[in-house]
Design a protein. Structure first.
Lengths: 313, 234
């Protein structure tokens, strides 16, 4: 039970936050941070633990977002059903995609996922009858208040946290790490690597899709350029995990908080604010050089450095 | 135990193995020796299912295995201690051993087999909680062998087990291979360290340019003029 204490405390604190009567902007930042935590944990399962670095998670985020948008547009259903609708849709796409891209390794896998994300964006932009193309889809938000959205995304993130924790500590988790460390050796020890990579991809994709479906409900408007975005979704997900800590349990949450706040802050700066993606690029380079395992993964190193500096000579 | 019948193997259009046949009998230590680039590792990779023969077949205890997926071989009793060890560096010694016993009987017997591996390699027992990436080269080779043993294989293949080890460790590793055979496993070993390998094995095949050019008892090959001139430098 000891290992469950920390997550429960964090959850309790987060659940109590809205009671402080935070203003709507702070709530917005919190909601976005938790949404990115969800997406980051999803990416981490595939990219962090299983070692399959995807530059195309916008594909799943976008599919989730459009699942919610499209059932509203065509069936008149509440976009909240998008959560349920997205799961089979995203899972099918992930299985199909996996059968192709998971045959590839290293940079070829990265490029293939990047291409698939872009292909889906362009497809979505051009299927104007079905998706309304670049016009996007507008829905009526259920609540004006942020509090309800906050609890919904917190619940989803908690669910994802549990799913990831159970998987990582199960036999699957060991298989994923073995595949990351040495795929050929894993295969020769009796692990059906294709099968377990497909599992990692599918679970990762489904969780990412939930984040997308939430995005639609929360923002009230989606268009392909936003939800299938390479820079704003696919790469941001990677940033969240890299900054926080690859293959760590708490890395995505920390990374998401930092990235969301940083994005808000840099964007508000005069003159250089528009170049926030450039800043992200610089940050990523710094992280890779000095903290390759992210803030959580390299915490012992970081602590040592800070302590040494702070200690009297 | 292992029966390789007339296999051809190619990388794309480049054929590197030509009509190679060899047998490894129950309880034998059989060696495959040859120079760099002769095709030894290619043969290993083919037996372990990573490469497919263009022609011919491979039988393990009478069952054709050249069409089986690589992950299916370990259940059929074939373990592979790969070249350069291929451990999982961020997993501990013990986790690496566990990874060797994922299925079937090996999984049920895991605790007992692990104790046996630790009794063969006490050093591994001392370091069981240490990430395998922090072990020395010799310890890593011990762990790779231990991981192979964890599968309780009928046939265990060693690919260049002496690679990068100090001479004194090489002797230790070879002694372990003899112990493994004495416990009832069949051994196929591929080596460049010709003198010690021939002294260890029951029979050996000489591989040159992708073809088997000689075969015989290890002791006989040690005295063979061609082998002496080409591999032993005398």
């Amino acid at each position: 039970m000891k290992n469950n204490l920390a997550p429960l405390i964090v959850l309790a604190v987060l659940a109590a936050l809205p009671l402080l009567g935070l203003n709507s902007y702070v709530m917005h930042i919190l909601i976005l941070s938790i949404m990115w935590t969800l997406a980051g944990m999803a990416w981490n399962l595939l990219g962090g633990y299983c070692g399959q670095v995807s530059f195309g998670h916008a594909a799943f985020f976008g599919m989730g977002a459009y699942s919610a948008g499209l059932i509203h547009l065509h069936l008149g259903a509440s976009p909240w059903w998008g959560f349920l609708a997205s799961l089979p849709v995203v899972a099918l796409v992930a299985l199909g995609m996996g059968s192709v891209v998971l045959r590839l390794r290293g940079p070829y896998f990265v490029l293939a996922t990047l291409a698939i994300g872009e292909v889906l964006r362009i497809t979505c932009e051009n299927l104007t009858d079905f998706t309304k193309g670049t016009l996007g889809i507008m829905i009526t938000r259920t609540w004006v208040e942020k509090t309800q959205y906050y609890y919904i995304i917190l619940g989803l993130a908690a669910l994802a946290f549990i799913v990831c924790r159970v998987i990582v500590h199960s036999r699957w988790g060991y298989y994923f790490v073995a595949i990351r460390e040495d795929q050929d050796a894993a295969e020769s020890l009796g692990i059906d690597t294709t099968r377990y990579k497909t599992i990692a991809l599918t679970v990762s994709a489904m969780l990412t899709g939930l984040a997308g479906a939430f995005y639609t409900n929360y923002m009230g408007y989606i268009d392909p350029g936003v939800v299938f975005s390479l820079g704003e979704i696919s790469i941001l997900i990677i940033m969240v995990v890299m900054v926080g800590g690859v293959a760590t349990e708490w890395g995505p949450a920390l990374g998401a908080g930092i990235m969301v706040i940083l994005a808000e802050y840099i964007r508000s700066l005069p003159l250089i604010g528009v170049a926030y993606q450039t800043m992200f690029g610089v940050l990523l380079i710094v992280i890779i050089i000095y903290l390759p395992n992210g803030l959580v993964g390299d915490w012992p190193v970081l602590k040592r450095k800070l302590l040494r500096r702070g200690a009297p000579a | 135990m292992l029966d390789v019948r007339g296999i051809d193997v190619a990388y794309g259009d480049v054929q590197v193995i030509w009509d190679v046949s060899f047998r490894v009998g129950q309880g034998e230590i059989v060696a495959m020796i040859g120079a760099n680039g002769a095709g030894k590792s290619t043969i290993m990779r083919t037996v372990s299912g990573v490469l497919r023969p263009g022609k011919g077949g491979i039988l393990l205890a009478g069952e054709a295995i050249h069409t089986v997926e690589p992950y299916g071989l370990i259940e059929r009793g074939l373990a592979h201690v790969p070249e350069a060890r291929r451990l999982f560096p961020e997993m501990t010694v013990e986790e690496n051993l566990d990874m060797g016993s994922l299925r079937g009987r090996a999984r049920k017997e895991r605790a007992r087999t692990k104790e046996r591996v630790f009794s063969i390699f006490p050093r591994l027992s001392e370091r069981r909680r240490q990430p395998s990436g922090t072990l020395s080269g010799g310890e890593q080779q011990m762990l790779a062998i231990g991981r192979g043993l964890m599968a309780l294989p009928r046939l265990i293949m060693f690919d260049e087990p002496s690679l990068g080890l100090a001479p004194i460790l090489v002797q230790d590793i070879f002694n372990v291979i003899r112990t493994v055979r004495d416990e009832g496993m069949t051994v196929l070993i591929v080596e460049q360290n010709v003198r010690q390998t021939l002294a260890l094995c029951d029979r050996a095949y000489v591989l040159e340019n992708g073809r088997i050019t000689q075969e015989g008892a290890g002791a006989d090959l040690l005295r063979d003029p061609h082998v002496k001139a080409a591999y032993l430098g005398v």
